[in-house]
Design a protein around this ligand. Structure first.
Ligand code: ADP
Ligand code: MG
Length: 220
């Protein structure tokens, strides 16, 4: 069973993981209210569908006025969004997530999944995250790193450090990452997930690390 991004982020928050502040909305008016409640002067409006590739399909946009939030939400809601992952049929957008915008310095890729071959949870990471990760994995597989977790020990410190180092994280970003990874592992186990994919995991301009997108599949 796949969860929507806003649901996945709620689960992350319940596991003490920082995410951008955001509110889901099922109408243009509710989206406007959400933006008002969040405050600030820019928002990201994100179509909630069970498929990625939304950014390139116009389903994720930054807007800079309350009026633009309402207009964009109105144009997304009730329509089908066709992305590279759900073409040609697309999926209906019944909700949008209105979120604060974050100043992004770098976009990384991070996922946890059940590796059927080793029968263990694998952590997959890449410094080349963002909207072209499929291409990266295909053209330059050496840019994709994997760590396998011992079921009795979970994610170990040396694995966090090795990945943080390979992702070229320093200072607060390094600390954030080494705290984040075990927390994600706990969320993964506690919720019987088969996939927890964060793309992008961002490094902000003030050198903090947090998930900007989240895809969760529950093993039902
Ligand atoms: P998808 O993977 O479906 O394309 P994402 O949630 O990954 O959707 O969003 C696409 C891109 O939009 C991200 O790579 C990021 O650059 C940008 N973005 C998403 N959320 C935010 C946010 N809260 N603040 C700033 N930029 C964002
Ligand atoms: Mg994404």
């Amino acid at each position: 069973m796949n969860l929507h991004e806003f649901q996945a982020k709620q689960i992350l928050r319940s596991g003490n993981i920082n995410t951008p502040r955001g509110l889901a909305a099922a109408s243009a008016e509710a989206a406007l209210e959400a933006a008002r409640e969040l405050g600030g002067d820019a928002w990201v409006v994100k179509a909630q569908i069970h498929a990625g590739g939304r950014g390139k399909a116009g389903g994720v946009k930054v807007v800079k006025s309350l009026d633009a939030v309402r207009t964009l939400a109105a144009s997304l809601l009730g329509q089908k969004l066709v992305t590279i992952q759900n073409a040609p049929d697309g999926q209906p957008v019944n909700q949008v997530l209105v979120e604060e915008t974050l100043p992004i310095a770098r976009e990384l890729y991070l996922s946890l999944l059940v590796d059927r071959e080793t029968e263990r949870v694998a952590i997959v990471a890449s410094a080349a995250g963002g909207m072209d990760i499929e291409e990266v994995a295909h053209a330059t597989p050496e840019k994709v790193l994997t760590e396998t977790c011992d079921p009795l020990l979970g994610v170990q410190d040396f694995q966090c450090r090795a990945l943080a180092f390979a992702l070229e994280l320093t200072g607060d970003a390094y600390k954030d990452f080494c705290r984040l990874l075990p927390a994600l592992y706990r969320v993964f186990l506690a919720n019987d997930l088969s996939l927890l994919e964060i793309n992008p995991l961002v490094v902000t301009t003030d050198n903090r690390v947090l998930p900007l997108d989240c895809k969760m599949s529950v093993d039902d």
